[in-house]
Design a protein around this ligand. Structure first.
Ligand code: PLP
Length: 350
């Protein structure tokens, strides 16, 4: 391990350290398809495919992820979207009304919401003008109650990756580093997930909501060392990932050729979209993107956002976020959807 001074025991909330996990009926005998006669969980016995509780440990999905990602199952935790995973991280390590976390705006809005929900203070260290981490300022703002720094890479809403050297510096600090990789499948850059073997303070989150096209099933993934995974596993709701989600996720992970093809199409559409957006005179900047969306600076974001809505095209207005004055975030759609957007922008431009 590269961080020799980090001590997870000091990070953990005392009440969580003491907590005895709920042991569900299905914890002990998970093999629902086996010879066992299950009279342990007060389920309706008439089989309809959904009458049994889901596997609380999601073994089949984790095993498949383990194969694909080249990481042990013991390094994986699954949640009801990565939003649940992020909430679990707060609840495990941040004592309400005492601890604080660091975020780097403009970034994903849920970190702030989850901090408020858990009554945890936030230290905001904005990104630089080119949307990179201010590593020295982050490190300077760490105090004895700082538990976590959230790094979103590729970042939402700016679309860029964070520099490897900056993240490495953060990993040398005695705080947890959560790297949110919701958009990692859209970039050539490698994930940090293999580094959980080298850093005992690293947590990586991913999701099936974006590249995998499964936002509707809610499946979030967390990779970390087994000590952290066991802590999160202990505090999660026993049946947090339902049967339908587990079976749909498994099917998608068993055949990811479709996913790979769709990612390539989205990337191609993104490049085509950039070419078209460049021709619109009121678009001042198109920021480089390693994700499936583009952040663009326009002359008047509120006006353009409203005009697009009047033409039934909905984009995300980010003008009130730091460093995002007059910026819109546009998701890369199908070729047809992108054409509709462009047609409207060209009309507004005339
Ligand atoms: C969309 C998004 C998520 C949400 O993931 P779910 O798995 O759908 O909860 C997490 N992080 C970032 C940065 C996102 O943009």
């Amino acid at each position: 391990m590269k961080n020799k001074t980090f001590d997870i025991a000091k990070m953990l909330r005392p009440s969580i350290a003491k907590l005895q996990a709920y042991s569900s009926a299905r914890d002990e005998f998970q093999d629902a398809g086996s010879e066992h006669t299950f009279l342990d969980a007060n389920e309706n016995p008439f089989e309809n495919g959904l009458n049994r509780y889901p596997d609380p440990n999601q073994i089949a999905v984790k095993n498949r992820l383990s194969e694909i990602k080249g990481i042990q199952s013991e390094n994986i935790l699954l949640g009801n979207g990565s939003d649940e995973v992020l909430d679990l991280i707060f609840r495990a390590f941040c004592e309400p009304n005492k601890d604080n976390i660091i975020i780097n705006p403009p970034t994903y809005g849920m970190y702030k919401v989850l901090a408020a929900l858990n009554n945890v203070a936030i230290k905001n260290v904005p990104l630089t003008n080119d949307f990179q981490l201010q590593t020295n300022r982050i490190i300077a703002s760490v105090d004895k109650n700082t538990k976590i720094v959230f790094v979103c890479s590729p970042n939402n809403p700016t679309g860029n990756l964070m520099q490897i050297s900056a993240i490495k510096k953060l990993l040398e600090q005695d705080i947890l580093v959560v790297i949110d990789e919701a958009y990692i499948d859209f970039t050539e850059e490698k994930s940090w997930l293999q580094e959980v073997k080298n850093y005992n303070n690293l947590i990586v989150t991913q999701t099936l909501s974006k590249a995998y096209g499964l936002a509707g099933i809610r499946l979030g993934i967390c990779y970390s060392n087994s000590v952290i995974i066991n802590i999160l596993q202990k505090i999660k709701m026993p049946y947090n990932v339902n049967v339908l989600t587990q079976s749909t996720a498994l099917k998608s992970l068993e055949n990811n050729a479709t996913v790979e093809k769709e990612i390539q199409r989205i990337l191609k559409n993104r490049e085509a979209l950039i070419v078209s957006l460049k021709k619109i005179s009121f678009i001042e900047t198109i920021y480089p993107s390693d994700a499936n969306f583009l952040l663009v600076k326009v002359d008047d974001a509120n006006l353009r956002y409203q005009q697009l809505i009047e033409n039934d095209v909905v984009v995300r207005n980010r003008t009130n976020e730091p460093l995002c004055n007059n910026c819109l975030r546009i998701t890369v759609g199908t070729a047809q959807e992108n054409e509709k957007l462009i047609k409207n922008l060209v009309q507004l431009d005339n």
